[in-house]
Ligand binder design. Structure first.
Ligand code: ADP
Length: 543
């Protein structure tokens, strides 16, 4: 998926889409034209408003005139016009402008993503639309009151009715369209499998129980409708939640119409439906967000494991190159001296030739080794600006399970006002992860009573942040203290002894230092520093 597609999952709109919008708007308005309150014909269910909000959110304020046109067409063709055309047109324009600006505000100021991928997107959409609908409702009704259509005393009652229809219509339809038609990532979810059929049947059966049992039980049994909706939201996240809510609302309306409920009863049911919608959508959003985080965590884990393997391999190769360098240089010198001696002492041409070849081959090996060391030194890294709190939080999340198994408590003390650092996230997390893992292992092996690892971050010398990893284990073994950071120094039967030396290389490549507290008695403490970035850099980066 390109960045452009991520930002604009619905693209830039198209005349065919706008035509389809108008036709669907009229159809929805016609279907939902029940229990209208004359003379304005206010209805308790306005799914067409949800369609408009979805379009305004997806394609921006340039579609405000189209939304106004849809309202006017519906007034002319479906609802009838109790007042002069100019008044209807003006009120419709007011509604379109209200929703248009509110959705624009949600997107640009509050950063709501149109595909509603995060819980906060759903929360802002539902909350924002509840507030906007109340303003639109009061404005709309008050406008007609100034024209003498209702007495002013009825303002709250009629505006409330209008609000209920708007809010429930928007809350059910807008998320449904935004989540399922969100451009590139479209997939028919949930797939039509046995469970989905059962879920659909669950909705039908509970609707039947609510409306099919002897009259009068409907209100008391409404809570049953939560059950299949919760099932769908938990299993399929927001995608399932939006479908469940839409199916329940459609079924509810059919039930209410067939059973010929009065308008005040319909409004009570719509308020219950609103409670169901908000609960189920939030539940679905939480489930979706959790799943996405699990996937991200898994990806990060494998990225770190991969990086760790690569770095270990690199470190081994670098150690080997270092070890081979000296004997090779010596071998080349000996072979050259041997050749000289052979020439001065008049040895056979064959011997001189052989010594030539020896020098040539040894030099070739030397070039290969030098090339390898050069390559390893370059090592590419991708740096981004990050807070130490986030880095530590994510690293600790990766070892949380291991710590839990070993009964070790992990704590992070990372003040949120620390300046940011510019780092290769994977590499620095690898350093943190190794320090915390070492600490957990030391505590688990020693089997003491206090079992905790504390990661602390604080502003150190100007321009640096110092991160400390402290544990309640037995401390660094006496014989390890001198060679702690040397490659292959380990006290563990299955250890590589590379973690700390790699960690030091990574931190130093970032311009910081990594060290252990040598005088420390009790548990071990490791510290490392990272240079902070200037605020100016940060701003430039944000642009
Ligand atoms: P490895 O974990 O593979 O042994 P490291 O370089 O990460 O490699 O660690 C080297 C050694 O340092 C460990 O084998 C251990 O003896 C010692 N060490 C590291 N961290 C701690 C700690 N928190 N407590 C006690 N000893 C530690």
């Amino acid at each position: 998926m390109t960045e452009e597609q991520q930002k604009e999952p619905f693209g830039r709109g198209h005349p065919a889409i706008y035509g389809l919008y108008l036709a669907t708007y009229l159809a929805l308005d016609w279907v939902s034209y029940i229990h209208e309150l004359p003379p304005l014909n206010i209805t308790p269910w306005n799914p067409a408003s949800g369609l408009s909000v979805a379009m305004l959110l997806a394609f921006g304020p340039r579609t405000i005139p189209l939304a106004a046109l849809a309202l006017m067409a519906a007034d002319a063709l479906v609802r009838g016009q109790p007042v002069a055309f100019w008044a209807t047109a003006l009120s419709d324009l007011g509604i379109a402008l209200g929703y248009g600006f509110a959705t624009h505000f949600l997107r640009t100021r509050l950063g709501v993503e149109t595909r509603l991928r995060r819980l906060r997107d759903v929360a802002w959409l539902l909350g924002g639309m509840a507030v906007t609908a109340s303003m639109v409702a009061v404005g709309y009704v008050a406008f007609f009151m100034t024209l003498g259509l209702f007495p002013w005393a009825d303002l709250t009652r009629i505006a409330f009715r209008y609000w209920v229809g708007e809010v429930i219509g928007i809350s059910v339809v807008a998320p449904l369209l935004l989540v399922h038609l969100g451009g590139v990532a479209w997939r028919p979810i949930p797939r039509l499998v046995a469970e989905t059929l059962l879920q659909g049947m669950g909705i039908v059966v509970t609707l039947f129980l609510v409306f099919g049992l002897p009259a009068g039980a409907e209100g008391r049994l409404f809570y049953l409708l939560f059950l299949p909706a919760i099932w769908m939201a938990v299993r399929h996240g927001l995608e399932g939640a939006t479908l469940a809510v839409a199916a329940t609302q459609a079924g509810l309306i059919v039930g209410l119409v067939i059973e010929k409920f009065t308008i005040s009863e319909v409004i009570s049911f719509q308020l219950l439906m609103l409670a169901l919608t908000v609960t189920i959508l939030f539940l679905g959003a939480v489930v979706s967000e959790r799943r996405r985080m699990e996937v991200r965590l898994h990806e990060q884990q494998s990225a770190i494991a991969h990086a760790a393997r690569l770095t270990e391999a690199g470190e081994m190769a670098s150690g080997l190159a270092h070890e081979l360098n000296q004997p090779l240089t010596a071998a080349i010198s000996y072979a050259r001296a041997g050749r000289k001696l052979a020439v001065t002492e008049g040895a056979s041409e064959a011997l001189v030739g052989l010594l030539d070849k020896t020098v040539g081959q040894a030099e070739r090996a030397d070039r290969v080794i030098r090339g390898l060391r050069g390559f390893l030194r370059k090592g590419d890294s991708r740096r981004i600006s990050a807070t130490v709190g986030d880095l530590a939080g994510e690293a600790l999340a990766l070892v949380a399970a291991e710590a839990g198994q070993k009964g070790v408590v992990l704590k992070a003390v990372t003040p949120s006002d620390l300046p940011k650092v510019r780092v290769d996230q994977v590499q620095v997390q690898q350093v943190l992860l190794n320090l915390v893992r070492n600490a957990i292992q030391a505590i688990a092996d020693a089997g003491g009573r206090r079992r905790e690892v504390i990661v602390t971050a604080r502003a150190a010398s100007p321009g640096f942040i110092e991160v400390s990893v402290e544990d309640s284990g037995p401390g660094i073994p006496e014989d390890m203290r001198q060679r702690l950071f040397q490659p292959f120094a380990t006290t563990k039967p299955d250890g590589m002894g590379l973690g700390l030396s790699i960690g030091r290389s990574i931190v130093e490549a970032h311009g910081g230092r990594l060290w252990a507290d040598p005088e420390r008695t009790g548990g071990a403490v490791f510290h490392f520093t990272l240079p902070t970035i200037l605020e100016v850099d940060d701003d430039v980066e944000a642009l």
